[in-house]
Design a protein around this ligand. Structure first.
Ligand code: NAD
Length: 529
């Protein structure tokens, strides 16, 4: 297979934007035929127009639902081997086209190439992981009957039908892969609403799946506002998989409830990092930079609160400030910059407001703290704040940007209590010279994932382990067997042995009573399930 050389790498950003316009004209033809208004999508790095997108209407969503449901019937009858073959072929296409897909991702999100490649890696790895694991997780399984040998019991996993997927703009490609690929592998059709800002990378990924043999009608993509297009997508699904803010997630759960359909929600966080007193401050600073500022902090699992032990707090803060000031902020379709820009004006406004509010109420800016219009319209410096107090918006509220508050604590107990004192419970991190010591702290944190000596990548990359939030950070889990099984419903099929007739009258029940009573004793002694 020939590698597709990245067309835009080593070219200027403006040449990349011109190239992406051409790709957009081709790729957006794969969206559901749309009859809504046209919106201009800007490139975050420069503010220039990237392409124009026609939004869907409710009628367009209805048509997409009908087409997807029709395609699902034949798809559900395909063999696991057939589906596996498509996923493996798509994997190879995505890897071969990585340059182009990463370019598109950078141009529409504004993120640095390193983080964009992380997304591409996750999207390709998901294809392989699901191809390898799906048939085992979803295969019919024998289960014990009421008395072993007397019943034969089998559990099938049946597709739910149509899965509605709603994904945000911040990690459009990897979040699409993590929610859509298992849904398809489990025999479902997918109706997905992607964010307007970041449709191109998802369209390029879907194109690879269709080129690999996935029926095009099986995975329908629409763009449009939450109301009415998002609502129509939610109303269509037999399961709704949503990634976005806690406020929207709660509204979606409420909307789905009367139809008695299932939902999985991946929501916001205010993720803490605990720095124990046995850490090398230099290492802690490097970990903190990656954990807080990757993708400009526009990452659900990004760290926004650091609790550092007082014995090493001063040293850690100095090292962290120095490492942060060395972060190279900028745009470029190669690996020369460390951190890119924010993705939208709404993001810049909220981050600016969180920092302004904190400073006005007495917080100290240890590093960063300002927008960088000299680099482009949406750049904001990686920012460290100290002295953040509960009256400030950024103390408990998710900033979703490159802003972290450092708090000094006197003990591990104080750090654990402070970390858990949040309505959120998505991700957490513990830094320690001793993995065993960090693990003991990790087991006491109310978070769906805890990373030791890492910010988020250790758990986020673990495709075989469940990922999701406790408390108001989510419902259900993606990844691992849980991530596949949420898209299936179990059907139990059981048949009694003809050799052991079940009682059908009072007399036969009376005869069986001593036998069944003895069976209860024996099963317990033998510890049989
Ligand atoms: P958001 O909730 O405003 O929007 C997310 C998506 O939902 C958008 O595409 C939007 O158009 C759509 N939407 C809005 N209203 C809808 C409705 N009524 N019905 C259906 N769809 C609707 O979130 P955002 O600000 O765009 O994204 C950032 C948030 O997402 C942050 O809170 C972040 O923590 C969270 N997030 C969570 C995860 C995770 O895995 N837990 C991952 C990424 C982002």
């Amino acid at each position: 297979m020939t590698e597709t050389a990245s067309p835009a790498v080593a070219r200027s950003v403006s040449a990349g934007i011109a190239w992406a316009r051409g790709r957009a004209a081709d790729l957006t033809r794969d969206l559901v035929a749309a009859h809504g208004e046209a919106v201009d999508i800007a490139a975050p790095w420069t503010g220039e127009q990237l392409h124009t997108l026609t939004l869907a209407t409710v009628q367009d969503v209805d048509a997409a639902e009908t087409a997807a449901r029709a395609a699902q019937v034949a798809w559900a009858a395909t063999s696991p081997a057939h589906r596996r073959g498509i996923l493996f072929r798509a994997h190879d296409l995505v890897v071969a086209q990585r340059g182009e897909i990463v370019d598109l991702l950078q141009l529409e999100t504004g993120k640095a190439r390193g983080t964009a490649f992380e997304e591409l890696f996750a999207a390709a790895a998901t294809l392989r992981h699901i191809a390898v694991t799906a048939s085992g997780v979803l295969a019919p399984k024998r289960r014990p009957g009421v008395i072993p040998g007397v019943m034969s019991v089998r559990v099938d996993q049946v597709p739910k039908g149509l899965v509605s997927v709603i994904t945000p703009w911040n990690f459009p490609l990897s979040l699409t892969a993590l929610d859509v690929i298992p849904a398809l592998a489990a025999g479902n059709a997918v109706l997905q609403k992607i964010d307007d800002q970041t449709s191109l990378s998802v369209l390029a990924y879907r194109r690879a799946l269709v080129d690999a043999g996935l029926p095009a009608a099986l995975w329908q993509l629409v763009v449009g506002p939450g109301d009415p297009v998002g609502n129509a997508v939610v109303d269509a699904g037999d399961h709704v998989a949503f990634t976005g803010s806690t406020a929207t997630g709660a509204r979606i759960a409420e909307r789905v409830a009367p139809r008695l359909k299932s939902v999985s929600l991946e929501l916001g966080g205010k993720n803490p990092m605990i720095v124990l007193d046995d850490v090398d401050p230099h290492v802690a600073a490097r970990q903190a930079v990656a954990a807080c500022f990757s993708s400009s902090g526009q990452l659900c699992v990004s760290i926004e609160r650091i609790y550092v032990h007082e014995d090493i707090a001063a040293e850690v803060l100095v090292e962290f400030a120095e490492a942060t000031s060395r972060v190279l902020l900028g745009s470029g379709l190669d690996y020369t910059v460390d951190v890119g820009s924010l993705t939208s004006q709404a993001q810049l406004d909220r981050i600016t407001e969180h920092v302004r509010d904190a400073v006005e109420k007495g917080a100290i800016v240890v590093a960063g703290g300002r927008a960088r219009a000299d680099l482009g319209p949406l750049f904001y410096e990686p920012t460290i704040l100290a002295g953040v107090t509960p009256d400030m918006e950024s103390f408990a509220g998710e900033t979703f940007g490159p802003v972290v508050a450092v708090h000094v604590v006197r003990s591990v107990e104080e750090a654990i209590n402070a970390a858990n004192d949040s309505e959120y419970g998505l991700n957490a991190s513990v830094l320690s010279g001793s993995v065993a010591r960090a693990a003991a702290v990790a087991r006491r944190l109310d978070a769906g994932s805890v990373n030791i000596n890492e910010g988020y990548r250790a758990t986020f990359g673990a495709l075989g382990a469940p990922q999701g939030g406790m408390k108001r950070s989510g419902l259900g889990r993606r990844n691992g067997p849980e991530g596949l099984l949420r898209y299936a419903q179990s059907r139990t099929i059981a048949a009694p042995s003809p050799l052991v007739p079940l009682p059908d009258s009072g007399r036969s029940a009376a005869k069986l009573e001593p036998v069944l009573t003895a069976a209860l004793h024996i099963l317990k002694v033998l510890r049989l399930p």
